[in-house]
Design a binder for this molecule. Structure first.
Ligand code: UDX
Length: 447
């Protein structure tokens, strides 16, 4: 049965969620405080690059089931309200900034009707849902019974639509006893929202608020740990003359380990993993459980060390100094198929190479506008050819398919020194070497 839904916050999560919910047949109103974002979305333009999102927006806007507004009053008849606002890292601190979540509840509460369910999707420090329910209770109109569930989101950028409509699992955090009538009613309403994906057999797990909040950060902490584990092995491989790519493939054959997320390289970035592990440590500290998560500090350090190692390798390949050397950087986004540059290893390395005296030029197929906003002092090129012209060293930092398809022989004619450092272990090493390049990589022996 189709429902009337509101989605509060139309950033990455909210824009995708609103479009996907409308595509499932629900009537959706997306709310954001930014009028420019709302206008663009109403015209079918997403505030970010995500494969398929503009097309999906165009399709569902045409049905009339989706619209965006800055007016919270427009959500009044919604049966389900999804809170999808961001929880960025606080400036100068590890903790997450939950201001927007509380502000969303403040703005939403006066418009919540009796029977409506508020559903948190944002990634929050454990304990937030309980506090939000208290806030909601204090602010809903008289006669309205407040209902709040926690339904964390596990979407990956680049696969956001697929992950929203066909996730690995749904997690519902409910208030109090999951067998109570109130909790069962909340579960039933969420089941209506996700009726179509649930019908395909997607697991649905019901638990308390705290566990649901923790599932999200625990999953991200595990993923970050897996990447830092293989990057730690990469450091050891470099010291011992081993090959981390062969090592990862071999341990990945063990089903208990699994081959995914063992890609060694410059490490993880983006708007989730780095800030989520830091916020998780900060919250564990508040709870007196900081010892349980001290290993995440090491996970963070290993991750950041790979960025520094990349700059060291570039310096070594340039004869011991980057001063005055031309450094071509392929990639600015934190991962391919995204224009997101938040905590991007590529941009961090580009900036560090520049700080070390390099003349750095950055190319990326999609992320240059965002990169220019955050790192305006770097130089940018529209084409790979322009970026690598006269380069003393080329750094491959985001594994776009376009870079894997490059012809090393053609590029060799443009550079000053045919040296490439593959920070993602994603290029065809043999092809680059055969074309006369010095090919270096993290965690692999130097031929
Ligand atoms: C992540 C989680 O995967 C997702 O479930 C959660 O909802 C949000 O955070 P995302 O940040 O979109 O998603 O990207 P992801 O694909 O997880 O990659 C994160 C970072 O790890 C990227 O910088 C990527 O390049 C890096 N990575 C990934 C590696 O360095 N090696 C790998 O093997 C995999």
């Amino acid at each position: 049965m189709s429902l009337t839904i509101s989605v509060i916050g139309t950033g990455y999560l909210g824009a995708v969620h609103a479009a996907c919910m409308a595509d499932l047949g629900h009537t959706v109103v997306g709310v954001d405080t930014d009028p420019a974002k709302v206008e663009a979305l109403n015209n079918g333009t997403a505030p970010l690059f995500e494969p398929g999102l503009d097309e999906l927006l165009a399709k569902v806007l045409q049905t009339g089931r989706l619209r965006f507004t800055t007016d919270f009053a427009a959500v009044a008849d919604a049966q389900v309200h999804f809170v999808c606002v961001g929880t960025p890292q606080m400036v100068g601190e590890n903790a997450a900034d939950t201001t927007y979540v509380y502000a969303a509840i403040d703005a939403l509460a006066p418009h919540v009707q009796d029977g409506a369910l508020v559903v948190g999707k944002s990634t929050v420090p454990v304990g937030t849902a309980k506090k939000l329910l208290t806030k909601l209770t204090a602010r809903v109109p008289a006669g309205v019974t407040p209902r709040l569930a926690w339904n964390p989101e596990f979407l990956r950028e680049g696969f956001a639509i697929e992950d929203t409509v066909a996730p690995d699992r749904f997690v519902y955090g409910v208030h109090g006893d999951p067998d109570s009538d109130a909790a069962r009613a909340d579960v039933a309403l969420l089941d209506q929202v996700y009726e179509a994906p649930l019908a395909t057999g997607t697991p649905r797990l019901v638990m308390d608020y705290a566990t649901a909040e923790l599932v999200k950060v625990a999953a991200n902490a595990f993923l970050a740990t897996k990447i830092s584990f293989i990057n730690a092995m990469s450091e050891v491989c470099e010291a011992a003359g081993g090959d981390v790519v062969a090592l990862a493939a071999a341990i990945g054959h063990d089903d208990r380990i699994g081959a995914k997320f063992l890609g060694a390289g410059v490490g993880f970035g983006g708007g989730c993993l780095p800030k989520d592990i830091r916020a998780f440590m900060a919250r564990a500290g508040e709870l007196g459980a900081d010892q349980a998560l001290t290993f995440l500090r090491e996970v963070d350090q290993i991750n950041l060390r790979r960025r520094a190692r990349m700059v060291d390798l570039a310096r070594a390949e340039c004869g011991g100094t980057l001063i005055g050397k031309r450094v071509a950087v392929l990639g600015a986004a934190f991962k391919p198929n995204s224009d997101d540059v938040r905590d991007s290893p590529a941009l961090d390395i580009a900036q560090a190479a520049r700080a070390a005296g390099g003349r750095v030029t950055v190319h990326d197929p999609k992320a240059i506008p965002n990169a220019m906003r955050t790192r305006p002092d770097l130089d940018y090129a529209d084409t790979v050819e322009e970026a690598v012209t006269d380069a003393d060293v080329v750094l491959h930092l985001t594994e776009w398919a376009q870079y894997r398809a490059l012809d090393p022989a053609t590029l060799k004619t443009l550079v000053a020194q045919p040296t490439i450092i593959d920070g993602r272990n994603a290029l065809d090493r043999d092809a680059w070497r055969a074309a006369g390049w010095t090919y270096r990589a993290l965690g692999r022996p130097h031929a």
